[in-house]
Write a protein that binds this ligand. Structure first.
Ligand SMILES: C[S@@+](CC[C@H](N)C(=O)[O-])C[C@H]1O[C@@H](n2cnc3c(N)ncnc32)[C@H](O)[C@@H]1O
Length: 188
């Protein structure tokens, strides 16, 4: 996983502030890219992830604050955060637009939201055909993940004034998640 996303994460997370909010951190795959001593507010609804999150926090010297809530309903104040991270999560959340709107709400003006997501392939492509074909079993097996979600359009609809999105094909061995986007949004 670090082979696939390590370089992008280093670039996107560089110069992050002392406090970072992460939506859906899972077992804490992103902690190795945060500076030691960072305070991480982890919005992770799945309690089965929490033990590994704590282990990762110990390993990487992160001050962890877990919130067992969903990204669509974040209990942080408006304009209170500088930096929000979200990797491979918008494919799974029940309402991605609401989740992004919440991220925008909690960010301070000039606050930064960084993301890496697998997304829907181009129309009429072989990858798109495979994504649609495998969607149901994949959704069931990978706990609600959508292979063919058009997250780029959702981001574009979310009203961030500055939005930098790079589309690319990853080297993932899992064909349905080859089409990906990475980038950042800045609250105006
Ligand atoms: C595929 S994992 C990604 C974990 C991690 N971000 C990474 O890059 O390895 C998706 C994570 O999103 C979490 N998740 C699912 N629905 C969510 C929601 N509505 N709000 C926040 N997190 C959610 C899951 O519990 C899981 O930890």
């Amino acid at each position: 996983m670090n082979m696939l996303w390590g370089k992008s994460k280093k670039r996107l997370f560089q110069d992050h502030p002392e406090t970072v909010v992460e939506i859906g951190p899972g077992a804490g795959a992103n902690m190795r890219y945060l500076q030691k001593g960072t305070r991480l507010i982890a919005i992770e609804p799945n309690i089965h992830m929490h033990a590994n999150l704590r282990k990762s926090a110990c390993k990487y010297g992160i001050q962890l604050d877990i919130k067992t809530i969903v990204g669509e309903s974040i209990d942080l104040a408006d304009n209170s955060c500088d930096f929000v991270v979200c990797t491979l999560v918008l494919c799974t959340v029940a309402d991605p637009l609401l989740c992004i709107e919440q991220i925008k709400r909690i960010l301070k003006p000039s606050g930064v939201f960084v993301f890496i997501e697998h997304v829907r392939a181009k129309e009429n492509s072989i990858l798109g055909f495979i994504q649609n074909l495998i969607h149901k079993p994949w959704h069931w097996f990978f706990e609600g993940c959508h292979t063919n979600r058009d997250t780029r359009s959702v981001l574009e609809a979310s009203g961030f004034t500055t939005l930098e999105i790079e589309s690319y094909n990853s080297y993932s061995p899992f064909v349905p998640i080859i089409p990906q986007i990475r980038g950042r949004a800045i609250k105006g």
